[in-house]
Design a protein around this ligand. Structure first.
Ligand code: CAA
Length: 241
């Protein structure tokens, strides 16, 4: 039987490419989304991938959503914590709401999802957890104290959980994308984005498929020795040690 993979924020941007790549690799995929019904319906129509709506920042909603997917598709063996938002502002202009939104959706969601799935993975002695961090969690980014903090937090979470679960056949890794050709990056002011692209040695934005390839690699059954790692995919914009 095909393994079941759940991708949060899985109907748009990097998440959509990840959902499609996992499907093409033979997984039964469930794509979670939070708000954009139209994009989700279009995605489902085009790909045949099942979509499930809930807010990953809501602990109880995560539990309900997971229960529904497991009842319909089977136990979830692969979790890709991809959902994320930006609320960019310099700290001296940042509201508490902008801070809370990003920390909740980008970081607390990782606890929410893993907490609900970890018991089943431990019982089955198998699991693949892949957390989508960011270059900006590695190097920091002006205008993103909230996002950089949340994304750096995901890296620490991953390293800790990898050690907890190593003996249970569960791997936990992060992928750190650089600037990828998605709506999130398109929202950066044009002049600023031009200056950012000028610092990417490969000379272009990444494509969502560049990241999806990394997810398929880490999700594989025979990737059991890769855990606690950070896979950096950023066109050499920032070379993390
Ligand atoms: N790189 C270089 N310079 C930047 C910058 C960046 N990322 N962000 C802001 N600046 C510079 C601006 O060019 C400007 O410089 P000048 O005064 O010399 O023109 C200065 O900082 C102040 O910027 P603004 O005039 O835009 O100030 P603001 O208060 O109106 O807006 C801001 C600030 C909201 C942070 C806005 O500049 C912005 O959105 N910057 C982009 C921040 C960014 O890089 N976000 C990444 C989003 S993509 C993502 O997060 C995905 C991922 O994982 C990589």
């Amino acid at each position: 039987m095909a393994r079941v993979a759940l991708v949060t924020g899985g109907t748009r941007g990097i998440g959509a490419a990840v959902s499609i790549a996992l499907k093409n690799a033979g997984y039964t995929v469930a794509a979670n989304y939070a708000g954009n019904d139209e994009a989700a319906a279009e995605f489902k129509k085009e790909t045949g991938i099942a979509v499930y709506k809930w807010n990953v920042g809501d602990f109880d909603a995560c539990g309900e959503g997971i229960k529904q997917i497991e009842a319909e598709l089977g136990p979830i063996d692969v979790l890709v914590n991809n959902a994320g938002v930006t609320r960019d502002a310099m700290l001296h202009k940042m509201s508490k709401q902008q801070w809370d939104d990003v920390l909740n959706v980008d970081l607390t969601s990782v606890f929410n999802m893993c907490r609900h799935l970890i018991d089943g993975m431990r019982e089955r002695n198998f699991g693949r957890i892949i957390n989508m961090t960011s270059i900006n969690g590695q190097k920091g980014q002006m205008g993103q104290t909230n996002y950089s903090a949340a994304k750096a937090g995901m890296i620490g979470f991953t390293k800790a959980l990898a050690q907890e679960t190593a003996k249970k056949g569960i791997t936990v890794n992060v992928i750190a994308p650089g600037y990828i050709n998605t709506e999130m990056v398109a929202a950066v002011p044009e002049k600023v984005l031009e200056s950012i692209i000028a610092t990417i040695p490969v000379g272009r934005l990444g494509e969502p498929e560049d990241i999806a390839r990394g997810v398929v690699y880490l999700a594989a059954d025979d990737a059991g020795f890769i855990t606690g790692s950070t896979l950096t995919i950023n066109g050499a914009q920032y070379i993390a040690g």
